[in-house]
Design a protein around this ligand. Structure first.
Ligand SMILES: Nc1ncnc2c1ncn2[C@@H]1O[C@H](COP(=O)(O)OP(=O)(O)OP(=O)(O)O)[C@@H](O)[C@H]1O
Ligand SMILES: Cc1ncc(COP(=O)(O)O)c(N)n1
Length: 268
């Protein structure tokens, strides 16, 4: 009998529906993987920023992980917002028991600039979680933090991707160029080859959740047993469409459109 591809996200929430767990589950659904989620923090946020944070107790994070892993198949999983070291320790302990590719979106701040993880946790993420990944997907400021130097050109991006794999031990690195000018180009390094994925830059401020959506799409495709290259290639196409069709809703950076690859939605 054919088995459905199952994808898991371990991340924080966004009640306005554009980022975090919500973006991940919408993306899994859209790409036809069965979506599951473990919530790390409940975040009161919207398109203008983060208003409040509530961290789920450690035992409850552990319990959620147990509930999923002990009963459900996981063919690929991702992490997003993990706010502090204690949460990271709980998650790191469980990762070896999930025999599936691990995609890390090293979330540090929201598009609005609000911090989503504690300062001290960044080092733990780099030293302890990064070596467990099949792929890490930093944007430019995240890549700069990981390697400890400036990333200002496409050449710097490629060097950063190599460093993240060879010096920090990630399985592969996808350095995203959303924060540079010009083409929206990303570089994937898989330990042997650098690949580039490029799209025309879309002139929009509605980019809330793009990083979450992109890493969720990669996770969905990996859960369907696509190669890393194919998964990133198809996910880039998906996120570009989602940005092109992004909604001008909310007073700040509007959310990406997760159904943009199919029919139009219902508009007022
Ligand atoms: N204006 C844009 N037009 C086209 N593609 C874009 C644009 N902005 C970002 N991208 C693409 O979207 C993806 C996410 O990249 P980005 O660098 O914005 O990640 P991020 O900073 O983690 O996202 P977020 O803004 O959600 O924090 C990448 O493929 C990037 O090239
Ligand atoms: C729970 C959660 N996780 C991640 C992000 C980053 O998404 P973005 O940078 O696109 O706002 C976010 N805003 N909220």
């Amino acid at each position: 009998m054919e088995k459905v591809a199952c994808a898991l996200t371990i991340a924080g929430t966004d009640p306005s529906g554009g980022a975090g767990i919500h973006a991940d589950l919408k993306t899994f659904q859209e790409l036809k993987s069965y979506g599951m989620s473990v919530i790390t923090s409940v975040v009161a946020q919207n398109t203008t920023g983060v208003q409040a944070l509530h961290h789920v107790p450690l035992e409850m994070i552990e319990q959620q992980l147990y509930s999923v892993i002990s009963d459900m198949p996981v063919h690929a999983f991702k992490t997003g917002m993990i706010a502090n070291i204690d949460m990271m320790k709980v998650i790191a302990k469980k990762i070896p028991s999930i025999a599936a590719p691990y995609v890390m979106d090293p979330v540090m701040v929201a598009t609005s600039g609000d911090p989503l993880i504690e300062e001290q946790a960044r080092d733990f993420l780099r030293k302890e979680l990064l070596p467990l990944t099949a792929l890490v997907t930093p944007n430019i400021p995240e890549a700069e933090f990981l390697i400890g130097r400036k990333v200002e050109t496409t050449d710097d991006m490629k060097k950063a991707a190599r460093s993240i794999v060879h010096d920090l031990g990630a399985g592969a690195a996808l350095v995203k160029g959303g924060h540079l000018d010009g083409e929206a180009v990303d570089f994937l390094y898989d330990g042997t080859t650098i690949y580039s994925f490029s799209a025309k830059r879309i002139n929009t401020k509605n980019t809330h959740g793009t990083g979450c959506t992109y890493s969720a799409a990669i996770t969905a495709y990996l859960s369907q047993r696509l190669s890393l290259y194919e998964a990133v290639d198809k996910a880039k196409h998906f996120v570009t469409k989602a940005i092109k069709g992004a909604f001008p809703i909310g007073a700040g950076n509007g959310p990406t459109n997760h159904w943009a690859i199919r029919e139009k939605g219902v508009f007022q």
